[in-house]
Write a protein that binds this ligand. Structure first.
Ligand code: NI
Length: 176
């Protein structure tokens, strides 16, 4: 339907807790279509509704087989509404993240290695998955957006935060 403008860090909506979805209707399907168009236009691995200016607990993500990221297993295309995350085990991994709302920058972020997530697809069908690795990372990054948190807030040591073109050779490349 439309590629929308992506809000950037500093815009107030990105700091707000997004509203729960109460209706699985045509408006929700249209929102997901715009999120999908926008994510693909900017080659993102995921996007959350607040990033296109809508306060709603909706995220989408996907990682196709990509020669740029041979170390990452593909993640199936997922629309996740009103997500709930349950940590499994306490282990964390550090990984380099980027974000369409923080263009050109990368930071080293600790995330839970394994977790369970539950929620609904765009038509209200339940989703319940146990995942690990990059799949778990992208879900945590996207759900953070729904709680007003951007990845730089998760960087433990700001020496591990900087411009992507300046960090070349110092980090493992990760999709946005
Ligand atoms: Ni993001």
């Amino acid at each position: 339907m439309a590629v929308r403008r992506v809000l950037k860090m500093g815009e107030p909506l990105l700091r707000e807790v997004a509203a729960a979805v109460t209706r699985f209707d045509a408006e929700l399907v249209a929102l997901v279509t715009d999120m999908d168009d926008t994510m693909r236009a900017f080659s993102g691995a995921g996007i959350a509704a607040p990033q296109i200016g809508v306060s709603a607990r909706v995220v989408i993500f996907e990682l196709r087989d990509n020669p740029r990221y041979p170390h990452l297993a593909p993640v199936p295309y997922t629309v996740l509404v009103n997500p709930v995350l349950t940590p499994l085990g306490g282990e964390q991994d550090e990984g380099w993240e980027g974000c369409l709302s923080v263009p050109g920058m990368r930071g080293l972020v600790p995330r839970l290695r394994r977790l369970r997530y539950q929620g609904f697809d765009a038509h209200g069908a339940p989703i319940d998955r146990t995942v690990e690795g990059f799949h778990a990372r992208v879900v945590q990054h996207e759900i953070d957006h729904l709680d007003g948190i951007l990845f730089p807030q998760r960087v433990r040591d700001l020496r591990n935060f900087g411009f992507e073109d300046a960090l070349t050779g110092q980090m493992t490349p990760m999709p946005d």
